[in-house]
Design a protein around this ligand. Structure first.
Ligand code: BG6
Length: 495
């Protein structure tokens, strides 16, 4: 059944709306999840007309539509209202337009609001949505918001209070776009549909877990934001910890929102409260310097446009979390993330403990790799016997990577998340208790870094991060399993 709903986007002229949201809605339209009974109100400061807004929307769809008529029909559901978030009269006009469109499109007063603008405006918007009765208790009323959800625990709490003026927790959908990714969802299947992994998913068999979010791009045009954020807040507080929670959770009683949430929250609230000294040892920060890869030179972070002189912002972070549940007590969960690393790749390596060695020769630990992007799939690193008269144990990789065809059909993260929000399913969104637990921990690391108690290392553009990140694993008698830089070095593409 196609949904009946009116969307209101605050920040409709922004980059995110054009790059992600309109194409995501279009995909839902094309697959029949949205049909006649939906409309979109776009608001932003600019004085656009409906016609112009439609053009912007059509433009954002690229080659997704089958033909221009289909694109035009979709865009005809879009309405624009120039809006000053501080002006009460504008909300009154919005209410009027909302009522007209609800009647015209028979949306049964269902509403989804999407805030894709600076968090400092959330409070004032929420307050007006309530006071001007745009939120009127009729139909379903849901709010989707983008990260960053605060810049520390205190601002996140403030934001939460602001939103609470108009919405209850179960109406709030905090986006973490990693949760919409096909292979992140696939972790549930790998863990809970395969007894071989399910039985072994604990500290009894798992030695350590390694999560890598490598990006080859630099800070691009986003220095204005990024320089005040850094890798820890940009990637770890949200994406890395969300992924970790899915990897570390206990088996939910059922595959539903309530049961999954419960187990995820348990992980967040069991993150080990490491001492300051441990945090100094177990978390590493770095910033990229100039480098050369693939025969191309890249400038260092400090020479990127709009980066503050002598900026101490980290473009790389690595660290070690522990989850003090019975299942995972004392298993290190390592993560690393950075800009201008060797190549783009998000993957998880589950390193299994070695078995008693009866062969008198060294062999590799078993490793399950979950490839999240850019290719999607799994591999299992096991050991076999080399062909021959000798008995030599040799590594063998069992691999499954999604074909390009399957990937092309993977629902794009925002499409999946919009679809979930339409269905009132908030499993793949961040709950407030998850957000607050992660800020509590991240704030302490930020504090130590800001006090200069942990060195800011540099790493050349094109590398896999500073030496300190490798040393961190060495202290736990292990090493990063994925090292794409070796291939580039062997091929003379990296010094
Ligand atoms: C965003 C960060 O949340 O995630 C960006 O703000 C980062 O800095 C991006 O580039 C990475 O997402 P993806 O889906 O490209 O891996």
């Amino acid at each position: 059944m196609p949904a009946k709903v009116l969307f209101t986007f605050f920040g409709a002229s922004g980059d995110l709306a054009k790059r992600k949201l309109y194409p995501a809605l279009f995909r839902l339209y094309k697959s029949g999840h949205l049909a006649e009974n939906f409309a979109v109100i776009g608001t932003a400061r600019r004085p656009w007309t409906k016609e112009y807004f439609e053009e912007v929307v059509i433009d954002s769809l690229g080659d997704l539509p089958d033909n221009p008529r289909q694109a035009a029909e979709f865009a005809s559901h879009f309405y624009y209202q120039s809006h000053d978030v501080n002006d009460t009269e504008h909300y009154q006009a919005l209410k009027k337009l909302q009522d007209e469109l609800a009647a015209k499109y028979y949306t049964e007063n269902n509403k989804i609001f999407f805030l894709s603008m600076a968090p400092k405006f959330f409070g004032i918007i929420a307050k007006h949505l309530k006071s001007e009765q745009i939120i009127d208790g009729q139909g379903f009323e849901r709010l989707i918001i983008e990260k960053p959800f605060g810049t520390d625990l205190a601002t996140a709490e403030q934001l939460n209070q602001d939103l609470a003026e108009a919405f209850d927790e179960d109406q709030i959908y905090r986006i973490d776009h990693y949760l919409g990714k096909e292979m992140v969802q696939n972790i549930f299947a790998v863990r809970f549909a395969n007894p071989i992994f399910e039985q072994m998913w604990s500290n009894q068999y798992i030695d350590n877990v390694q999560i890598t979010f490598a990006e080859s791009i630099g800070v691009e045009e986003r220095a204005g934001y990024y320089d005040t954020s850094g890798a820890l807040k940009d990637m770890v507080q949200n994406h890395a910890l969300q992924l970790l929670s899915i990897l570390a959770m206990d088996k939910p009683e059922d595959f539903n929102e309530h049961a999954i949430r419960k187990e995820k929250i348990k992980v967040f609230e069991s993150l080990r409260h490491q001492s300051d000294d441990e945090l100094k040892q177990n978390f590493v920060r770095g910033q990229y310097s100039a480098g050369r890869i693939n025969r191309k030179d890249y400038v260092g972070y400090l020479d990127e446009p709009n980066v503050a002189e002598n900026s101490q912002t980290e473009t790389f972070a690595a660290g070690t979390f522990f989850v003090d549940t019975e299942r995972f007590k004392d298993v290190p969960f390592f993560f690393r993330t950075g800009k201008r690393m060797t190549e783009k790749g998000t993957r998880v390596n589950i390193i299994f403990k070695p078995t008693k060695n009866i062969f008198g020769q060294d062999f590799d630990q078993n490793v399950l790799t979950i490839y999240i992007q850019p290719t999607e799939g799994f591999s299992l690193h096991i050991n076999g016997k080399q062909v021959g008269t000798d008995f030599t144990v040799t590594p063998v990789d069992l691999k499954f990577r999604h074909s390009a065809q399957a990937s092309a059909n993977s629902p794009e993260a925002y499409e999946k998340l919009m679809f979930d929000a339409l269905n009132g399913d908030s499993t793949n969104f961040s709950h407030w208790r998850e957000v607050s637990a992660s800020w509590s921990l991240i704030d302490r690391i930020v504090q130590l870094w800001q006090n200069g108690e942990v060195p800011l290392h540099t790493y050349p553009a094109g590398s896999m991060g500073p030496q300190a990140s490798f040393d961190m694993l060495a202290k736990f008698d292990t090493q990063w399993h994925w090292h794409p830089d070796e291939w580039y070095r062997e091929h003379g593409l990296l010094d």
